[in-house]
Design a protein around this ligand. Sequence first.
Ligand code: PLP
Length: 409
Amino acid sequence: MTHATLPEAGTSWPELKDRMVAYASGDVRWREGRTAVYVFNAGPEVEQVQKEAYALFQSENGLGPAAFPSLKRMEEEVVGFGLSLLHAPEGAAGTITSGGTDSITMALKAARDFARKARGLTGPLNIVIPRSAHPAFDKAAALMEIEVRRTPLKDYLADPEAMAAAADDRTVMIVGSAPNFPYGLIDPVAELSKLAEQRDLWLHVDACVGGYLAPFVRMNGADIPPFDFEAPGVRSMSADLHKYGYAAKGASTVFFRSQELKAFMTFDFRDWPGGRMVTPTLAGTRPGGAISAAWAVMNFLGVEGYRARQGRVVAAREAIEAGVKAMGFTVLGRPQLGLIAFSRPDLDILAVWGKLREKGWFTGITTEPKSLHLMLSPVHADVAAAYLEDLAWAVEQSAGATPAEARYS
Ligand SMILES: *Cc1c(COP(=O)(O)O)cnc(C)c1O
């Protein structure tokens, strides 16, 4: 493939805009509500707030808090919102990062540096994570040459016994998810917390997808088990603003039980001619727009706005859960939030997925066991019935089908 070369002459913005819109003609039409992966759709009002708030600070740089006290203030407020929603104690601290992978990477760096300093560890290190944990842990561990020990699940959840057996005196972090991505289930964080306290292990709770959803679902009356700093063994957490926080993409939060623990994350360097450079996250330059959009959306929604939208997410999940059970599917575990996976061993799941794709549904797949996977947004409350109708059609169409060519992602 020959690569593109930069045009000699520039092109007018209106023409470029038309071309970009044309480029997008093959993209999923997520605003219509038929996409249940990649995009969190809280409706056009929230999208407008995101967009305008982003544009206001799109050239400003979070790398320079002294130059942009506005961004520093917005970041502190957003971090405060997150800490208070997640039962963080007095003295806890956090930072906005570029995404869940960034948050997880920085939490692992902090845990590793803490282990080296506080426990005097040298040589090979490891982390112990359940099989359902996000690959961001493997990526971060690969960067830092840390061994990853993935332990088997029990009823699709982290198994504290298996994790206890896998951990040793070189374990710098154990992980629980709230919820995990493949099944949407909240790991037994209270039990993992006990293990962490007994063995003096660093417990990270990955609430990337649930951190800004679970607190409101609980406020709406669901019996959500302890999953955050309420469990005393939790030392750090990741929670993505750009997922169920409905912020513009490029925004997550990473939190630590104390300022002392957070200090292990910060990179502070001065041995070059450019002067001292202090960066809390993986990034150097940090997009001001990601910070301002998160701040604006959170204040726009408030607790009431989140409760209402997260209530719709749960309503969508409950409607789909009931509908797929009636069609003979088994829902994996007992999901309580916005993710759900369901299987039917007699069906070719990829064929069903492909048929749904024909009807414009772009959704996910879970592989163990092969299942359909949905990550639901408030907008899905309006299309749950249409989904179930098309699913029934897709099941009928693919009964007895040979394995499909359908490819996910
Ligand atoms: C999305 C997600 C991540 C990674 O977040 P990115 O923002 O995509 O980097 C990590 N853990 C869980 C459970 C997630 O759902």
